[in-house]
Every structure is written in structure tokens, then in C-alpha cells.
Design a binder for this molecule. Structure first.
Ligand SMILES: *Cc1c(COP(=O)(O)O)cnc(C)c1O
Length: 387
């Protein structure tokens, strides 16, 4: 390996050398729950599958390298990773400060599991760093939890400033980097303490496997997270690790294409008479500094007078290439309606306040031929004109 291998070289090679026994070029899939010990009192570094598995280890080494961390811990899902990170920092009486446009599953975890145990979360718009500083001083949270870009309005947070503000009050900054992927930004290098991903999304990239990972900047937290995973059991299975690793190899080229296609789609939407607002981070100066590309997620609102839902329904039902589905980050394009799908759990007034209005549509722009995607959008948006 060269001294400073680039992103794609690391995605393809780190943790993935040839198998020492057979020379197999691709890391073998170790489907085993236990490991035979060569003699009494001695093992080969592997004892039991909940704790360690070589296939999972390959994935963790690669992900740690791509996020510039000291290590990675792979979990059965993004939610299992998020829960383990929260557990590593919180005991009853502690507080969390979280972005108000938090992923719905993490919101549910904080409200329905942590709050009843005496761990309260305060939600705020983290775009205003001065206000965040005031909140950090007043609330004294142990954890600041955010996503950048956020869901579904693609708001970008100033990660270096938020990291400095957190550290001034001894607070851990956790960044859910799922939307950007490690190709577009590495929050640990900007001062974050822990990065989490739902590897179900861009990292796996093919909508065929559920998984999550936490990547950390210090050895102590790494040890704690490995301990929590082994103790609570939310381990990523070897087959899931193998599939995720297979997806990971092409993350860089996929992200380039996602961003190129999303850029074209944004151009098209901005010029379309039925479209009101278009949300994409490309014009944001913080995003221009922090991100390599602006990713594949695009949101927009339809122009409406009166109830937007009939119009939204007509548009959504006309799509032929974009699938109406939850999730994101796969090679195939998806379309979703945040108000009734990903953000349905929020009260209507709260959704409205956060800009998750009924006319909002979210796209996960895939890597199909972009002209086909634009044509599909064009014919779907004809549904906005009918009545
Ligand atoms: C999907 C998602 C999660 C949860 O991940 P799972 O793999 O579904 O458990 C967390 N954060 C974000 C931003 C997500 O998109």
C-alpha cells in the first residue's frame, strides 16, 4: 500500500488482504458461531461469534480507515449502533441535546426508552451556533446528537464550531453521518467524538442488508462500545458484514454518480413550474467547505393552493422508475413523502413548525441514467397539473 492511499484504494483494500491460508482475494465469509481452541487455555484471537468474527473485522477495519477513526464497531442496525453510543455516555440524570430534525427512530429511542429511564432530551435547531452555545451552558448535556445534512430538509451544520462548543462544556459530539457517507465528509476530522452510520443506506448501497456502525476517535470509547455490543448482543452477523463490505468497495464511485445525478435533478426541479422550494446543500457555504460532493438526497415542495395531499398523491402514483419507499442510499431511486412516511410519528403542528409540510417530497436519487430519472420526474409532475 502507498503511504497515503486515497479513499477508493482504502475502501477496496484496507482490512481486505488475501486470506493467509488459501490466498482468497476477497475476505472469506466466516459462518461460524464458535472457534476451536488449539490447546487448553489458548485461542487464536477468536472465542465466540458474538464477540469477534473475521469477516466483520474486515469491514470494521475498512470503515475505521474511511472515517479516519481509531476503530469501528459494527452493529445489527443503525439503531443498535445509536443505542450503544448513547449507553456509552449516559446514566439516569444525564441530559441530551439533539437536533430537532433528528432521524425518527433515534427520536423514538430517546423519547420512549431513554426519557422513562430519567434521561431527558432537549431538541433545538442547531443551525444557530450561538443559540446552541447558550443551550449547552444552560442544559449541560452529556451528548450533543446531530445529522448533517439533516433529514428531510438537508440542513448542514457547522461541525467544527459545534465540536468546539460541545467540548467547552465537556459534552460528547455524536454525528450521524448516514446522509453524507464517509466519502463526502469525515466528522472525526472536524472535531466530532463519535460517528454513527446506518450502513443500510449508502455504505451497503444496494438496499439488500441492514446494519450499523459506530466509529470513534479514541481507544477508550472503542473498548466501551465493544464491551456494550458483546454484553447486549446487537452484533452484526457475518453474512451482513460480507454483503456490506462488498457494497463498500464501490462507495466512492457510487457517491460521485449519486451527486452528479442529484445535481441534474436539482437543476430540473428548480426550473419546473409546479415546484416551489428545492432543498439541496449545494448553495450552502458551510457545505461547500465541509463536503466533497453534496450527496444524493433532494427534497422539494409542490406549489399548492388548498390541501396539497390530493396533488401529492397523484404525483407519487405516477412515478415509474422512482419507487415509493422508505429508506435511501441504494443504487435505485426512491421517492418518499416525509409527512406520512418517515415523519408520521411527529404531531402535525410540530411537523409544520419544522418545515415538514404536506407538500414536501423527498428523493433518494439513484445511479440510473440521469435522463431517465429526469423524464420520470417530468411525467410524474404532470400529476400536479391535473385536478
Ligand atoms: C436509517 C437511518 C438510521 C437507522 O438505521 P437502521 O439501519 O434502519 O437501523 C439512523 N439514522 C439515519 C440518518 C438513517 O437514515
Amino acid at each position: 500500500m502507498p503511504n497515503h492511499p486515497g479513499f477508493n484504494t482504502r475502501a477496496i483494500h484496507v482490512g481486505q488482504g488475501p486470506d493467509p491460508v488459501t490466498g482468497a482475494t476477497v475476505p472469506p465469509l466466516y459462518l461460524t458461531s464458535t472457534y476451536t481452541q488449539p490447546e487448553f487455555g489458548r485461542h487464536l484471537g477468536y472465542e465466540y461469534g458474538r464477540g469477534d468474527n473475521p469477516t466483520r473485522g474486515s469491514l470494521e477495519e475498512a470503515l475505521a480507515s474511511l472515517e479516519r477513526g481509531v476503530g469501528a464497531v459494527a452493529f445489527a442496525s443503525g439503531m443498535a449502533a445509536s443505542d450503544a453510543v448513547l449507553r456509552s455516555r449516559l446514566v439516569p440524570g444525564h441530559r441530551v441535546l439533539a437536533a430537532e430534525d433528528l432521524y425518527g427512530g433515534v427520536y423514538r429511542l430517546l423519547e420512549r426508552v431513554y426519557r422513562p429511564q430519567g434521561i431527558d432530551t432537549h431538541y433545538a435547531n442547531l443551525g444557530d451556533v450561538q443559540q446552541v452555545q447558550d443551550l449547552l451552558n444552560r442544559i449541560r448535556p452529556s451528548v450533543l446528537w446531530l445529522e448533517s445534512p439533516s433529514n428531510p430538509l438537508l440542513q448542514v451544520m457547522d461541525l467544527p464550531r459545534l465540536a468546539r462548543a460541545s467540548h467547552e462544556v465537556g459534552c460528547t459530539l455524536v454525528v450521524d453521518n448516514t446522509f453524507a457517507s464517509p466519502y463526502n465528509q469525515n466528522p472525526l476530522e472536524m472535531g466530532a467524538d463519535v460517528v454513527v452510520h446506518s450502513t443500510t443506506k449508502y455504505i451497503g448501497g444496494h438496499s439488500d442488508v441492514i446494519g450499523g456502525v459506530a466509529i470513534v476517535g479514541d481507544a477508550e470509547t472503542l473498548k466501551t462500545l465493544r464491551f456494550i455490543r458483546n454484553t447486549t448482543g446487537g452484533t452484526l452477523g457475518p453474512f451482513e458484514a460480507w454483503l456490506t463490505l462488498r457494497g463498500l468497495k464501490t462507495l466512492g464511485v457510487r457517491m460521485q454518480q449519486h451527486a452528479a445525478n442529484a445535481g441534474r435533478v436539482v437543476e430540473f426541479l428548480r426550473a419546473h413550474p409546479a415546484v416551489d422550494q428545492v432543498y439541496y446543500p449545494s448553495n450552502n457555504p458551510i457545505a461547500q467547505q465541509q463536503m466533497r460532493t453534496f450527496g444524493g438526497m433532494v427534497s422539494f415542495t409542490l406549489k399548492t393552493d388548498g390541501d396539497p395531499l390530493p396533488r401529492v398523491k397523484r404525483v407519487l402514483e405516477r412515478f415509474r422508475i422512482f419507487s415509493l419507499a422508505e429508506s435511501l442510499g441504494g443504487v435505485e431511486s426512491l421517492v418518499g413523502h416525509p409527512a406520512t412516511m418517515t415523519h408520521a410519528a411527529l404531531p402535525a403542528a410540530e411537523r409544520q413548525r419544522r418545515g415538514v409540510v404536506d407538500s414536501l417530497i423527498r428523493l433518494s436519487v439513484g445511479i440510473e441514467d440521469v435522463q431517465d430519472l429526469v423524464d420520470d420526474l417530468s411525467q410524474a409532475l404532470m400529476g400536479a397539473e391535473e385536478s
